[in-house]
Design a protein around this ligand. Structure first.
Ligand code: NAP
Length: 249
């Protein structure tokens, strides 16, 4: 029997790399996406090419109702969930807090904070021994922004990721005796669409490489390796951990 994973925001970037890697390591994988159906379909094809079952569900992470439907689709189509990656997220256009539109701030916080809360709650209800579940693992995709604060970029995003870190630690302790481990990864600058499409920063990966002690941005696969390790039994004594993957930034 394969392990069964949900990766939110699995159509592109870190989520897509994680979904592909999980399939290569023997997981059946459901991905959610917000609007890019074609990208989601490509990831599902790659999951299937790896010999696993794949499923793509359009689901706004910010919506409790849509998230419930995502989990019900996975119950129905794939079976008992064993792994969740809360990855869906956006930054919103770079701005100062005093001039950022409320909508930018709200959309970011809703996707990251409520997104992680709704999906984690649904996962605990399926995985916890308290609900006759068989256990499992949750990994939240945070950011080193929670530590740096991201002044003049997106302090609201940094605040959202700080909330994700607090949730990781608290929930990990809450369910530690119920067969569930909860961890996070905190990536630095990773080479994905987010910088240009969400933040509005052109060629950030090249322009800001000098700010990274390692001298380069990370790849989505380098983050996926950390996520997959935290989901696997190899990390069985690791919980409430926030693993920085940032080239020492
Ligand atoms: P990305 O390349 O822009 O991909 C974002 C993914 O999330 C896409 O699959 C997108 O779906 C999905 N998505 C966005 N909003 C959503 C919502 N409300 N509901 C469901 N899905 C949603 O971003 P990324 O760089 O891989 O970022 C992934 C995670 O890593 C985010 O949580 C981000 O904050 C975090 N992170 C990234 C970096 C970095 O430098 N890249 C650094 C630290 C942390 P569509 O394809 O349908 O649009």
């Amino acid at each position: 029997m394969s392990e069964i994973a949900i990766v939110t925001g699995g159509s592109r970037g870190i989520g897509a790399a994680t979904a592909r890697m999980l399939a290569q390591r023997g997981y059946d994988v459901a991905i959610s996406y917000l609007s890019n159906e074609a990208a989601a379909a490509t990831v599902v094809r790659d999951i299937e090419a790896a010999g696993q079952r794949g499923l793509a569900v359009k689901c706004d992470a910010a919506s409790e109702t849509e998230t419930e439907k995502l989990f019900e689709a996975v119950d129905r189509e794939l079976g008992t969930l064993t792994a969740l990656v809360n990855n869906a997220g956006i930054t919103g256009k770079v701005d100062r807090l005093d001039s950022a539109p409320a909508e930018t701030i709200r959309t970011c916080i809703d996707a990251s904070v409520y997104g992680t809360i709704w999906a984690s709650r649904a996962a605990v209800r399926r995985m916890s021994t308290r609900y006759d579940g068989k256990g499992g693992a949750i990994v939240n995709v945070s950011s080193i922004a929670a530590k740096l604060g991201s002044p003049n970029y997106y302090v609201w995003y940094a605040a959202a990721k700080g909330a994700v870190d607090a949730l990781t630690i608290g929930l990990a302790k809450e369910v530690v005796k119920e067969g569930i481990r909860v961890n996070a990864v905190a990536p630095g600058i990773i080479d994905t669409d987010i910088h240009e499409h969400s933040s509005g920063l052109e060629r950030r990966v090249e322009k800001e490489a000098h700010l990274i002690p390692m001298g380069r941005a990370g790849t989505p696969e380098e983050v996926a390796e950390g996520i997959v390790w935290l989901l696997s039994d190899v990390s069985s004594y690791v919980t409430a951990e926030i693993l920085q993957i940032s080239g020492a930034r």
